[in-house]
Design a protein around this ligand. Structure first.
Ligand code: AP5
Length: 215
């Protein structure tokens, strides 16, 4: 199966994708994570993406589509795929259709997560992650045992630069302008849509997601 996870920043796409992919052995393709890895490695893509990401703007479609194409080429053909934070524009959705049809696949369902803006802002302001092992925390909802330190590997936790209040405001605007229209796009392309109310606990959302997707 190929599933895309759509929804505003902070709604919990990455959290749900991590649970589902580790349980099912599926590929979790997060363009945000791939871009952050490119920045850490200092690649040309990472350098080009930096200012867009730091300002809460979208990285240009051609760079994103090249990145996804290259990443998919390294995956097994029969593995389930969860796209998290991709596509984000109708041009990316068109591009994804082309890439998938080249390998005889298509999008099986678009999951649309929704939560009130105050929840999104609180989640993003409280988000902490471990740059070493990738563990995700939230100072409001799921804090580490020791402040600022990863429970799993003991590394110092970090706060994403684009989670500051001003950049979060811009990311939410960009979502409404560029990405929310994809909900309509997938309706018009007759893809199955699953709507998830995400202002609830992680486990409750995960259970509903799995029931809705029949997983
Ligand atoms: P990206 O990394 O994709 O960020 P995003 O879409 O803005 O999404 P987030 O990662 O902020 O939120 P999320 O929904 O995954 O929430 P999470 O699970 O982490 O993109 C970053 C930037 O890269 C973009 O701004 C853009 O510049 C660029 N980019 C990326 N992809 C691109 C593309 N396709 N095209 C162009 N540019 C692109 O959860 C958030 C917090 O809430 C965590 O602390 C978590 O622990 C907590 N939490 C989650 N669920 C719950 C819950 N149910 N209850 C309580 N707390 C919860």
């Amino acid at each position: 199966m190929v599933i895309i996870l759509l929804g505003p920043p902070g709604v919990g796409k990455g959290t749900q994708a991590k649970c589902l992919s580790s349980d099912l052995g599926w590929a979790h393709v997060s363009t945000g994570d791939l871009l952050r890895a490119a920045r850490r490695e200092g690649t040309e893509l990472g350098r080009k993406a930096q200012s867009y990401m730091d300002n809460g703007e979208l990285v240009p479609d051609d760079l994103i589509l090249d990145l996804v194409r290259e990443h998919l080429a390294g995956l097994d053909d029969d593995r389930g795929i969860l796209f998290d934070g991709f596509p984000r524009t109708t041009a990316q959705a068109d591009g994804l259709e082309g890439v998938l049809s080249d390998v005889g696949r298509s999008v099986d369902a678009a999951v649309v997560f929704h939560a009130p803006e105050e929840t999104l802002v609180k989640r993003l302001s409280g988000r902490r992650n471990c740059p070493e092992c990738g563990a995700l925390y939230n100072v409001h909802f799921s804090p580490p045992e020791e402040d600022g330190v990863c429970d799993r590997c003991g590394h110092d936790l970090s706060h994403r630069k684009d989670d500051d209040a001003e950049t979060v405001r811009r990311r939410l605007e960009v979502y409404q302008e560029e990405t929310a229209p994809l909900i309509r796009w997938y309706e018009e392309h007759e893809a199955r849509q699953v709507l998830i109310e995400a202002d609830r606990g992680v486990d409750e959302i995960q259970a509903e997601l799995r029931t809705e997707l029949g997983l």
